[in-house]
Design a protein around this ligand. Structure first.
Ligand code: MSP
Length: 643
């Protein structure tokens, strides 16, 4: 069906912490897919936001002595910041504490009360607070003692209270019929089978209110009840585009049903069963598709706050760059499976794919043109066979990429683009344009032109993944990126008749710094032109930093890291500390045992790849780029402070 609007949603995130790489992943998928649709000239709506009510959030707030609203408010800037940094072009950021959302949820409930889909009764059963879910005997068998939650494995608790029920059982057949009629509803397909067998095994009515939880939306006309957090949260997908507000009826009609809802594999049941039946009950159209992604793992375990193995996207982008991280996640964490996060892979991706394959190709082409005074590349009237072959391949590649993107197999689309980039590299190299420059200027120009056209297409296709870098790439070809003029269709038919006005730009992709521990610091230093007068610090700032001498007693390498070594450092009376440093490439652990060095002792502890570092080793790079530990000239007592 041809449409010129595209509405995509992300799950809304529990705000008990700042966003981690898993939350970024769901959101990034939505951004990339929305941008892909923008590229086709479609008008897009990307909805994301935060899930702020419920027992889980309320308890987390109590644990730190805060009111729930103040608690959730405190995390919002971190979300907005992270999404802005990562170039997430959302249309709306919804919070479930927004008054318009609250009204929308109450409107939906009134509708379901009126249609007889909601009734009052008593619920008695087990509840898993981390998952905010009722654990039924279907999940556990009949038990008398608190069972563990079948989904997260944590302990459940008994809930016995009067609640409102949603007549989920009435939708069993309708759901099964819907899945049958829409076998492609869920991507990847296999996930639909899990849903079907869950529904086939029988649906019980669902408790949708709590009287023992006060942090939630009041039930209409019965405020002793608070709306069950999942009903509240799922409804964001419609309130976000105006549901429940008569003034926004046109907006709602324009966007709903969503074209795509993105979610992780842990929350499929809530979306493909509960959400669809709420919509059926409200007689609203169902979303067109759902994309279910796997988990980002560290050491084969889901990255999650409770496991303490989360990677902070802000730290990552500072060290490696936003578009670089976007590329890595989209290419190397396949959307249809779980994927292992590793900084080694990330660095390899930057070095090999981005800096060598793509960045160097652009550099070599522009550099060579410049060397021979060519700033304007004109197209050929007659193309040699090699260039024609390359153009055919380019068109094939666009077709393949389009197909992959229609199925949201972004990692495959990217692999296909890289296959083409490698072909362009082989073409450029094989033509030996540096020899043609003098011998055959027309053919020289043709090689430049074919390469520039290829880069132009690649730049357009990769824009959804790396918007900022690809705009820079296109700028170096003299083009200003504009979404509506460059639909993928237009690229596919493009007969390569473009003129390019070359512009020199800074290196597109820098190779990752060698030293993980010092990366941020290096970056800051290297981007500052000169020390300015107002950069002076006062003596008060100096004394804030506790620089102590310590001796390395133990040293081992951090598993799954190419860079990190882990030290146990003896600071005398001040005790032992575990400190990580990114110098693994240069030293064997045993080289450093017994050595004295200088460490920042009062640096806030932070985790690197799940391992805590309780300070920082000072190093300085020698003339060969080798990091050397900073140390006193003579041995001094451990724990001595530098002055
Ligand atoms: N608040 C609910 C969703 C309500 S949607 C109406 C929730 N929140 S969550 O913060 O726990 O998870 C949100 C999304 O992040 C889910 O899709 C989940 O799969 C995803 N991720 C959380 N950790 C993840 C990884 N380690 N890897 C990839 N995504 C994971 O569930």
């Amino acid at each position: 069906m041809t449409k010129n609007t595209f509405y995509v949603t992300t799950p809304i995130y529990y705000v008990t912490a700042k966003p981690h790489l898993g939350s970024l992943y769901s959101t990034l998928l939505a951004d990339v897919i929305a941008r892909w649709h923008k590229l086709q000239g479609n008008e897009t709506f990307l909805l994301t936001g935060t899930d702020e009510h419920g027992q889980k959030v309320a308890r987390a707030a109590v644990a730190v002595g805060k009111e729930p609203k103040a608690f959730v408010d405190s995390f919002i800037p971190a979300y907005l910041d992270a999404w802005q940094k990562y170039e997430i072009a959302y249309t709306k950021f919804i919070r479930t504490t927004d008054p318009s959302h609250i009204k929308g949820v109450q409107h939906l409930i009134k509708k379901l009360l009126a249609s007889g889909d909601i009734y009052k009764d008593t619920y008695m059963g087990w509840y898993c607070t981390p998952c905010e879910t009722f654990v039924t005997s279907k999940d556990t068998g009949t038990v008398t003692e608190a069972p563990l939650c079948p989904s997260c494995g944590r302990e459940t608790e008994m809930v016995s209270e009067e609640t409102y029920f949603f007549r989920l059982s009435a939708y069993q057949d309708k759901l099964l019929q819907f899945y049958k009629n829409n076998p492609n509803f869920i991507v990847p397909k296999e996930r639909l089978n899990e849903v079907i067998s869950f529904v086939e095994s029988g649906l019980k009515d669902l408790s949708i209110s709590r009287t023992t939880v006060t942090w939630g939306i009041p039930f209409p006309d019965d405020a002793a009840h608070r709306v069950y957090v999942w009903l509240d949260a799922l409804t964001n997908y419609i309130t976000g585009v105006g549901y429940g507000d008569p003034r926004q009826a046109a907006e709602f009609a324009k966007w709903w049903p969503a074209d795509l809802q993105i979610l992780g594999k842990d929350i499929v049941r809530f979306h493909a069963v509960y959400w669809l039946s709420f919509l059926m009950a409200a007689q609203l159209p169902l979303p067109r598709r759902m994309l279910v992604h796997g988990w980002i793992q560290v050491n084969k375990q889901k990255m999650s706050k409770s496991l303490g193995n989360v990677v902070d996207p802000m730290v990552l982008q500072e060290a490696y760059g936003v578009d670089e991280v976007r590329y890595y996640l989209m290419r190397y964490i396949p959307v249809n499976q779980d994927g292992e996060f590793s900084t080694g892979d990330l660095e390899r991706a930057i070095e090999t794919d981005l800096a060598n394959d793509l960045g160097n190709l652009l550099n070599r082409m522009v550099g060579l043109a410049e060397k021979y005074g060519v700033m304007k590349i004109t197209p050929s009237n007659v193309w040699e066979q090699a260039a024609l072959d390359l153009r055919d391949e380019c068109w094939n590649m666009i077709e393949d990429v389009t197909e992959y993107m229609q199925e949201y197999m972004i990692h495959l689309a990217l692999a296909r683009v890289w296959k083409y980039i490698n072909l362009v590299n082989a073409y450029f190299h094989g033509q030996e344009p540096w020899k043609l420059a003098k011998k055959d200027p027309a053919l020289f120009m043709q090689v430049l032109s074919a390469t520039a056209h290829s880069l132009y297409v690649v730049g357009q296709l990769l824009w959804p993944i790396m918007p900022h870098k690809m705009e820079a790439l296109l700028a170096s070809l003299g083009l200003t990126f504009a979404v509506h003029d460059d639909s993928v269709d237009a690229l596919e038919r493009n007969p390569w008749h473009q003129t390019f006005m070359l512009k020199k730009i800074p290196t597109l992709f820098a190779k990752p710094m060698e030293d993980a521990n010092m990366t941020d610091e290096h970056k800051n230093v290297s981007t500052q032109p000169e020390v300015q007068v107002d950069n002076y610090i006062s003596i008060d700032d100096v004394v804030k930093v506790e620089l102590l001498v310590g001796t390395i007693e133990e040293c081992e390498s951090v598993e799954n890291s190419d860079k990190l070594l882990k030290f146990q450092v003896n600071f005398g009376a001040k005790g032992m500390r575990q400190i990580l440093a990114g110098i693994k490439k240069y030293y064997m652990p045993e080289d450093l045992i017994g050595k004295q060095g200088v460490f920042i002792f009062n640096l806030k502890p932070r985790k690197m790849l799940g391992t805590e570092s309780q300070g920082m080793m000072l190093v300085v790079h020698d003339a060969d780029g080798m990091p050397r530990m900073v140390a006193p000239r003579v041995a001094v007592p451990n724990g001595q402070r530098l002055q």
